[in-house]
Design a protein around this ligand. Structure first.
Ligand SMILES: C[S@@+](CC[C@H](N)C(=O)[O-])C[C@H]1O[C@@H](n2cnc3c(N)ncnc32)[C@H](O)[C@@H]1O
Length: 306
């Protein structure tokens, strides 16, 4: 039996019919805004049609800015997953103003939109910054990507620990004078190009258990050691695998426009997908290539750990 949107909520949502909810003005007016933005930013991208000769651009790490991913033809990528530089003083960070920083994010987002397939996903890992003031970077990311025509389709809290990690940046101890919140999470913002579902067909390889876990909005995954990987802020490969398995088909190409030491391409290769990555630091590109060279091919059948 299917359920419907009701004043009193619904107990189970298997086969749930949400047509009435999505007919409401809140949803339709939001979609109108996104579609209008998508059309207007598409006009500027129309000049950027890159000839699609062959697949030779795949399975490469490129050492230049992802503000221009001229190697990739339009509409080719199933999933882009990335963690941009946070502009907080890491080795690779410039000291950009919020406007300059968001311009970089905008330029890269516009290119990601161009290369994604219709229904393709752009998943961005981002943390909010500081306390005095607290900079809600994720709010800026929503603004920029909605203005580019991306459709938001979910938000995941990546819980990186349980708070017992020795951080004592709690502000005024046991006093209301100036307590500080210690973040133990970051965000994964999920955006889609043109539509929320994939119009094309492909092979999914996610198990029942993995799917049940991955479709919950809080993910408990421990961070990766910077020292072990040789990069100041690497992704855990298991985080990438969970994203890739949930959001991509086996035949897809996975893009990381800020690839660093290549954790996302490594996860893509381990899962039998094609990959492509960009980073402006040569040394990180070399680490990524080395890690990719160590991945067994073809991959053994494996599942996501957590
Ligand atoms: C947070 S790190 C990504 C780390 C990566 N997820 C990993 O697992 O190693 C951000 C990366 O973006 C790179 N970067 C900064 N500006 C860039 C740009 N315009 N184009 C491409 N890469 C850039 C930095 O060099 C840095 O390695």
């Amino acid at each position: 039996m299917t359920t419907k949107t009701s004043n009193f909520g619904t107990s189970s949502r298997e086969g749930h019919d949400s047509t009435d909810y999505y007919k409401r003005n809140m949803s339709t007016s939001f979609l109108d805004i996104v579609q209008l933005n998508s059309k207007s930013s598409h006009l500027t991208r129309a000049e950027r049609i890159i000839p699609d000769h062959n697949d030779s651009w795949k399975n490469k790490i490129y050492n230049h800015s992802s503000e221009d991913m001229f190697e990739i033809p339009n509409n080719k990528i199933g999933v882009a997953f990335t963690s941009p530089p946070y502009n907080v003083g890491k080795d690779y960070d410039e000291d950009l103003s919020v406007e300059e920083y968001m311009e970089l994010i905008h330029n890269v987002g516009r290119e990601v939109y161009r290369v994604l397939k219709p229904g393709g996903r752009y998943i961005i890992n981002i943390a909010n910054l500081g306390r005095r003031p607290y900079i809600p970077l994720h709010a800026f990311f929503y603004q920029v990507h909605i203005s580019l025509g991306f459709i938001p389709s979910g938000e995941i809290i990546w819980k990186k620990g349980n708070g017992a990690n020795g951080s004592c940046a709690w502000g005024s101890w046991q006093s209301s004078k100036s307590p500080c919140i210690r973040d133990i999470h970051e965000y994964l913002l999920v955006f889609n190009k043109e539509r929320v579902g994939r119009p094309d067909k492909g092979t999914s390889d996610i198990s029942k258990e993995e799917f049940m876990k991955a479709t919950l909005s809080i993910w408990d995954i421990l961070p990766e050691s910077a020292k072990r990987v040789g990069h100041p802020a690497p992704f855990p490969v298991d985080l990438c695998k969970r994203v890739i398995k949930l959001y991509s088909y086996q035949e897809d190409t996975i893009l990381d426009p800020f690839a660093g030491a290549g954790s996302c391409p490594v996860a893509a290769k381990q899962l039998g997908r094609y990959y492509v990555g960009y980073d402006i630091v040569k040394e990180y590109c070399e680490i990524a290539k080395k890690r990719l060279g160590d991945v067994e091919w073809p991959p053994r059948k494996q599942s996501v750990q957590s």
